[in-house]
Design a protein around this ligand. Structure first.
Ligand SMILES: [Zn+2]
Length: 545
């Protein structure tokens, strides 16, 4: 009897003396949705130098690794950090420094806010606001600048609509920009009534005034980005696609990331203009752990709300009007040719079925069937039923924002009619094309919250729970597909699926801890989900107070 007992004691001693591998961090007692290909769920995870070294059971991880720091997830729910595949991070940050007009209930409401703000700020500076939407008002028509002129006769006022595709400027702002009645331009409209400027600027006309706004200081820029980052970490975002930046802005982002102040990972798309092409041509792609520059953002058309989206047939609520393309098809074709030669990604904003068809056909001509260039159509909002197949045949990636469906559903049928709207916000049909679909928000056009994206994608209702049975639920996504769309598929749309988007060995330790399981919780509770903590590169960047 003595001998076997001794053998056991010896083996225990040998086992416990086996050296454990030192790591920086262990997360234990969690319900960890790894979002690997099998969608497996683990309990624990070990991290070293900002990367995941192992994911597994509590026992397996604690037997093998010895951590400097251990976090007890207390059974809570761990997911990969969310990735927003289409947002305007810099614009959102800068917008936080302007007057917030989101949710205003009438034009008078806006005038009140301007009056309050106008008193408290420097009266010689521009008064800038963003986020109004006349579709939310009792009178669903564009406002006119009359009251703005009487309230601010000398001070320029410039207020952009929620989608950024329309704005209203007062006379002082129009004067400084040299915009007069009768001014015409391609891809945009300076609105007049009875030969007088109304102050409304649509699509390309918005830039006529915007370009005269004095640039922000470096300090303001930094504050804007850090504030945006703080808000994004608080909702679980660890990577954002910033769609359409000039290279100077990207260089400023890069230097803020290099000083360690900006920890957000950014997939930055260059805007389609000559100076950005001149910048990237000799340099080629830029890639650091925090920044990835390898794509251009191009605009095919405007937005549906302001009737700037380019449709094949006239708007149902504006006979004879089909919207317009923002540049010629020849321009899009030449950009496609250049980007293909450089091996860069083309990401084109297309909303209307005509805008989408033009871009799909140009892409198809350049891509010629199956490929791995991952050229994207941003929004892919209204698709003619004959055109869906072009996505799959040419591996064109639709990059969609589920909250657009639930924001636009109140008037989308007015714009498109009962038949045409069936091909709009058709996320499930689009998912079927390639078998994967990146999701985003388009913030600040929509709220930054990824939970709203998840809820809109899966339940197809807005935050008020409308409509009772969901909007075009045939095009809802499963919870699994929505989660993948906000993590691994968003990473794939950015060519980053080998480094992030799931919690697997070798990937960045970018993860979040949530207070409830979004994969199983009652639909009515999804929007109440709280982020307990957010980690980037294995370091805590947000903790709920
Ligand atoms: Zn956008």
């Amino acid at each position: 009897m003595i001998k076997p007992l001794l053998a056991i004691v010896t083996s225990i001693l040998l086992f416990s003396s086996k050296e454990k591998t030192p790591v920086d961090l262990i997360i234990q007692h969690g319900t960890i949705y790894t979002v690997d290909s099998a969608l497996s769920v683990a309990e624990a995870m070990a991290v070293i130098d900002g990367k995941i070294v192992a994911v597994g059971s509590d026992a397996a991880i604690s037997e093998t690794y010895l951590a400097k720091e251990t976090i007890d997830a207390k059974g809570q729910f761990v997911y990969p950090g969310f990735i927003d595949a289409h947002a305007h991070f810099t614009g959102y940050g800068l917008g936080l420094q302007t007057i917030d007009l989101v949710g205003t209930e009438s034009w008078e409401d806006i005038l009140h806010r301007l009056n309050d703000q106008g008193k408290s700020t420097d009266s010689s500076s521009w008064l800038i606001g963003r986020g109004w939407d006349q579709n939310d008002w009792p009178v669903k028509e564009f406002p006119g600048k009359g009251k703005l002129d009487s309230m601010f006769p000398h001070r320029p006022v410039f207020l952009t609509r929620v989608d950024g595709h329309a704005a209203i400027a007062n006379q002082a702002a129009l004067d400084r920009s040299g915009v007069k009645a009768g001014y015409t331009l391609s891809g945009g409209q300076v609105e007049t009534k009875n030969g007088q400027l109304t102050g409304i600027l649509i699509d390309n006309a918005v830039a006529l005034v915007r370009k005269n706004i004095p640039p922000v200081s470096i300090t303001q820029f930094k504050q804007a980005l850090l504030q945006a980052q703080e808000n994004c970490f608080a909702v679980g975002l660890t990577t954002v696609d910033d769609c359409g930046l000039d290279y100077e802005t990207i260089l400023a982002i890069d230097s803020l990331q290099k000083t360690g102040e900006l920890k957000m990972r950014i997939y930055a798309m260059l805007s389609d203009n000559k100076k950005n092409f001149d910048f990237i041509l000799p340099k080629g792609k830029i890639k650091t752990d925090l920044l990835n520059v390898r794509s251009f953002k191009v605009y095919a058309d405007g937005a549906l709300g302001s009737r700037g989206a380019c449709l094949l047939q006239p708007y149902t609520d504006k006979p004879g009007w089909t919207g317009f393309l923002l540049s010629s098809a020849a321009h899009f074709d030449s950009v496609a040719g250049i980007l293909q030669k450089l091996g860069l990604q083309m990401c084109t904003h297309a909303i209307g079925d005509s805008g989408n068809r033009v871009i799909l056909q140009i892409y198809a001509r350049h891509l010629q069937g199956k490929n791995d260039l991952r050229w994207r159509i941003e929004h892919a909002q209204v698709i003619n039923k004959n055109d869906f197949k072009l996505f799959g045949e040419n591996n064109i990636v639709p990059s969609v924002q589920p909250t657009h469906a639930t924001s636009d559903m109140y008037w989308a049928t007015d714009r498109l009619g009962k038949e045409r709207v069936k091909g709009a916000y058709a996320y499930h049909d689009l998912l079927n094309q390639n078998g994967w679909l990146p999701l985003g928000t388009d913030f600040p056009v929509e709220d930054i919250s990824p939970f709203k994206t998840f809820y809109a994608a899966v339940i197809r209702k807005d935050a008020k729970g409308f409509p009772e049975n969901g909007f075009q639920v045939k095009n809802a996504l499963s919870r699994t597909d929505a989660l993948r769309g906000m993590t691994i598929w968003a990473a794939k749309a950015n060519f980053e699926e080998t480094e992030k988007g799931s919690l697997e060995k070798g990937k960045f330790a970018d993860f979040i801890i949530l207070d409830q399981n979004i994969m199983k919780t009652d639909p009515a509770k999804i929007l109440q989900t709280q982020v307990i903590a957010t980690f980037v590169n294995g370091r805590e960047v947000y903790k709920k107070q």
